[in-house]
Design a protein around this ligand. Structure first.
Ligand SMILES: C=CCOC(=O)Nc1nc2cc3[nH]c(NC)nc3cc2c(=O)[nH]1
Ligand SMILES: [Zn+2]
Length: 373
């Protein structure tokens, strides 16, 4: 355990990097995948199970927790780590993105965003200052700047105006965060798919100075090719010696392509959300367990997987409990998916450390078939 927050870059292979983020609550091996624990739980998983999949850090959502049970109540109860029984690092988002995608009746001004709760219609406000206060009350180890993620498609002027607002909010977030040893504040680069706006945003963030830098405004419907085109240059505008975090990504091949282009941290609801809908990700492709073709199949989801779902159960069983709507269905498929996502990250960390990322990537793609396997 370190008293402070630091990033040790261990090796690079092309643009890909591997390292360790040290925090007072434990180390984070990068490239890292963060399971999403939206309402103070990674859905269908006990925290010790999340750890067993190999996760070093998980993500909490400011928007959800400020509405229910409120940040003040979690603070009174000892903070989010105690509340959800996870004593390792937690990163919390700033709430900006989810307000725009979940809340009703939003009003966006230079000050921040006012909105009505999607739960009970009550009125709330998020500003850079309030977002920093909420994330402090939650006790998260990595705090995100309050930003605005423009909905795509958007014209260049709208993207530029939104990015510059986010940069003014980043400065206010930095001022409100203050000096909190052992806690990190990450800035968020915006700029859509515009190379010059991405560079302007990176320069603005570096002038303010952050413990880590996120690449925002992606995985919002632009498609993998456009996202990779942006990632071919955007991470390079950021400091080499600080972690780079790409939000909301993604499918296994999105994750591999992002790491290849210099990303160190990612989060996505896909493995947990799709697990609950019966979709299993494996090294050979996707298994839709609700498909009738699995009802007599005695084989596991993935013969080479060591997770509880694959070592203890057949596809026939998983098909049955999914069809029957049994809770164990979501538990087992979520566990398998999170285990598989962590296995991809561990494979890339080792490959980058040994200078064989390209060979690992070729092997990753060679195994995958299209469609339901
Ligand atoms: C999430 C942790 C920290 O992020 C923030 O506090 N703000 C923020 N969140 C995003 C989340 C995204 N999810 C996707 N696709 C599923 N794209 C996203 C883009 C952003 C973004 O530009 N900003
Ligand atoms: Zn498995």
């Amino acid at each position: 355990m370190s008293a402070r927050f630091s990033f040790d870059l261990k090796a690079t292979d092309g643009a890909a990097r591997t390292g360790v983020i040290s925090t007072p609550r434990g180390e984070i091996r990068t490239p890292a995948f963060m399971p999403v624990g939206t309402a103070a739980t990674v859905k269908a998983m006990m925290p010790e199970s999340v750890r067993a999949t190999g996760a070093d850090i998980l993500l909490g959502n400011t928007y959800h927790l400020m509405l229910r049970p409120t940040a003040e109540r979690i603070d009174r109860l000892g903070g989010l780590h105690r509340f959800m029984n996870w004593d390792r690092p937690i990163l919390t988002d700033s709430g900006g993105f989810q307000v725009m995608s979940l809340a009703g009746l939003r009003k966006l001004t230079e000050r921040g965003v006012t909105f009505k709760s999607h739960i009970d219609g009550s009125k709330h406000e998020l500003t850079p200052e309030r977002s920093m206060e909420i994330q402090r009350l939650l006790g998260s180890d990595i705090v995100m700047c309050f930003d605005e993620c423009p909905a795509l498609p958007a014209d260049r002027d709208r993207i530029a105006e939104s990015m510059r607002l986010s940069m003014r909010w980043a400065a206010r977030s930095r001022d409100a965060f203050g000096d909190r040893p052992g806690h990190a504040l990450f800035g968020i680069m915006q700029g859509g798919l515009e190379r010059d706006l991405r560079e302007e945003s990176a320069e603005a963030l570096k002038a303010i100075g952050f413990d880590g830098y996120a690449v925002g405004g992606l995985a919002v419907g632009e498609g993998q090719e456009a996202m990779f085109d942006c990632l071919d240059h955007a991470p390079g505008f950021l400091p080499q010696d600080k972690p780079r975090y790409l939000m909301g990504v993604g499918k296994p091949d999105d994750i591999v392509g992002a790491v290849k282009r210099g990303i160190d941290m990612m989060d996505c609801v896909l493995p947990s959300r799709s697990g609950r809908t019966g979709q299993a990700f494996t090294r050979r492709g996707v298994v839709n367990i609700k498909n009738a073709r699995h009802q007599d199949d005695p084989r596991p989801l993935d013969e080479e997987c060591s997770c509880p779902a694959c070592t203890g159960y057949s596809r026939a069983y998983l098909h049955h409990v999914f069809r029957a709507g049994e809770m164990i269905s979501g538990m087992l498929l979520t566990w398998h998916n999170l285990h598989y996502f962590q296995e991809i990250m561990a494979g890339m960390r080792a490959a980058i450390a040994e200078g064989r990322f390209d060979a690992w990537e070729a092997g990753f793609h060679a195994l995958r078939a299209e469609g339901d396997i």
